[in-house]
Design a protein around this ligand. Structure first.
Ligand code: ZN
Ligand code: ZN
Length: 138
């Protein structure tokens, strides 16, 4: 993928750049992700911590992952777009919501995870690896 990747919230108050190739990509179908975006899943890019440069003031709220770790979910306080996260278990990678990229078509998921919580009206690519929960245990 061409670097940097750029993205931001719907209103433009919060912008970000991804400076290094993401280390992974997958669709999370967990209930918390579903609620946080109001959709069947979140398309997640796993980005190295130092490779995510954020401008603008975003807010976070804390959710508890199945692992017991805290996932701080970053969003724009003006428009509410769900942008990226910060998991208490790691300071190496951060999840970024690929639907907020300026060119979201460059996102290529490598897996589907949390399929145990997927909705019956969700369409799952049968050719991608499937995981009942989070294979990264984050
Ligand atoms: Zn915004
Ligand atoms: Zn999730």
């Amino acid at each position: 993928m061409k670097l940097p990747m750029t993205g931001g919230c719907l209103c433009g108050a919060v912008r970000y750049q991804i400076l290094a190739e993401p280390v992974g990509a997958g669709n999370c179908h967990c209930r918390t992700c579903q609620k946080s975006v109001g959709a069947a899943y979140v398309p997640v890019l796993f980005v190295l911590y130092d490779a995510l440069k954020i401008t603008g003031n975003y807010k976070e709220y804390a959710t508890t992952a199945d692992s017991g770790n805290t996932m701080n979910r970053g969003f724009c306080p003006e428009c509410g777009s769900a942008l990226f996260g910060r998991n208490s278990a790691t300071n190496k990678i951060r999840p970024v919501n690929a639907a907020t990229l300026d060119e979201p078509g460059i996102y290529k998921p490598h897996m589907n995870f949390w399929l145990s919580a997927a909705q019956p009206w969700d369409v799952i690519d049968p050719n991608l690896p499937k995981f009942e929960k989070n294979p990264l245990h984050l």
